[in-house]
Design a protein around this ligand. Structure first.
Ligand code: ZN
Ligand code: ZN
Length: 334
């Protein structure tokens, strides 16, 4: 059997839509008919060769929604027809120092969907069942897809900001930030949205979602922030965010790749401000966030593309022309 997939043959080339063999679930894996797959900036970093040694040829995509069609040997806890999500974290060893201390996001042998393993820019996908999740009802397949990276990893970043953070800034108001803004509002946290200069559509989305203030990334917010989360990949935002946070405030870099951070004077870090990164996700993060998403609820703003339109979606994401999240529609709706 063959299926249609968008394939990265070599880094720094466009995806090619072609027929490839339909993957069959091996030991511990489930086979999924994909219905939707979110598009993430990380896909661009992989395609651009900014992340080392991707599987090639590769089917990208790590926000995969579909229904179970096949169970490999040894799989329990899933049944045919069930809706599942396949996120970025695809495998951990379970035995390294990080895995055994509740930090499997840092596992030395971690493998990631749509990077080391084929992902969801295809009609079918297989994944290790232990890393797949049932998804909250009340979301369509297209609307739930962006929760699987923008939501999950964004939520981990928001937690790093600390429960006490009342004023939270987002640098880059795309997929993750528009999801998290809704989580913040449900927890009575005020949102400050920083966008590329003059990005009126992202700024008006932020205002619609209840942001207290919107501005350009080099602007100072009207009040000092308790925390700032940087989703954009521009290292120059780190000193800008440090200048925007109050004493004791945290600046969290949530992207997997960032350009070099320019040097900055010590006094913008002084007074116990801190800078940290957030890497990947744990399965506990996923369970916690998906339970929260069932309660909030979050309304994702999605722009839908066909599989043939995947390159268009990626180009528009690169040039900042996606409002909310881009999602590829793979059709297989139940
Ligand atoms: Zn992602
Ligand atoms: Zn490990």
């Amino acid at each position: 059997m063959t299926m249609k997939a968008a394939v990265l043959e070599h880094i720094r080339t466009s995806l090619v839509v072609r027929d490839i063999p339909t993957p069959e679930p091996k030991l511990g894996q489930i086979g999924v008919r994909v219905s939707a797959c979110g598009v993430c900036r990380t896909d661009l970093h992989i395609m651009d060769g900014e992340l080392p040694e991707p599987k090639l040829p590769l089917v990208p995509g790590h926000q995969v929604v579909g229904s179970v069609v096949d169970l490999g040997p040894g799989v329990s806890g899933f049944s045919a027809g069930q809706r599942v999500g396949i996120p970025w974290l695809g495998f951990t060893c379970g035995t390294c120092a990080f895995c055994v201390s509740g930090r499997e996001n840092l596992c030395l042998q971690a493998r990631f969907t749509g990077y080391h393993e084929d992902g969801g820019y295809a009609e079918y996908a297989v994944a290790d069942a232990r890393f797949c999740f049932p998804l909250p009802a009340g979301y369509s397949d297209l609307q739930v897809a962006p929760l699987l990276c923008g939501g999950l990893i964004g939520y981990r970043a928001l937690r790093m900001a600390g429960r006490g953070a009342r004023r939270v800034g987002f640098y880059g108001f795309g997929s993750a930030a528009h999801i998290l803004a809704q989580v913040c509002r449900s927890q009575d946290q005020a949102v400050y949205a920083f966008t590329r200069p003059g990005d009126v559509s992202a700024q008006s989305l932020a205002l619609r979602l209840g942001a207290s203030w919107v501005g350009d990334s080099q602007q100072k917010p009207p009040v000092p922030l308790d925390a700032a989360i940087i989703f954009a990949s521009d290292g120059a935002l780190v000193p800008a965010a440090l200048r925007a946070v109050d004493r004791g405030g945290a600046v969290i870099c949530a992207g997997i790749h960032m350009s070099d951070i320019p040097s900055f004077p010590y006094d913008i870090l002084w007074e116990e401000r801190m800078v940290r990164s957030v890497a990947n996700l744990t399965r506990a993060d996923a369970r916690e966030f998906l339970a929260l998403a069932a309660r909030v609820p979050i309304r994702t703003e999605v722009e839908v593309f066909s599989l043939e339109g995947a390159n268009d979606a990626l180009t528009r994401l690169r040039t900042g022309r996606i409002v909310g999240s881009a999602v590829i529609d793979l059709g297989g709706r139940r």
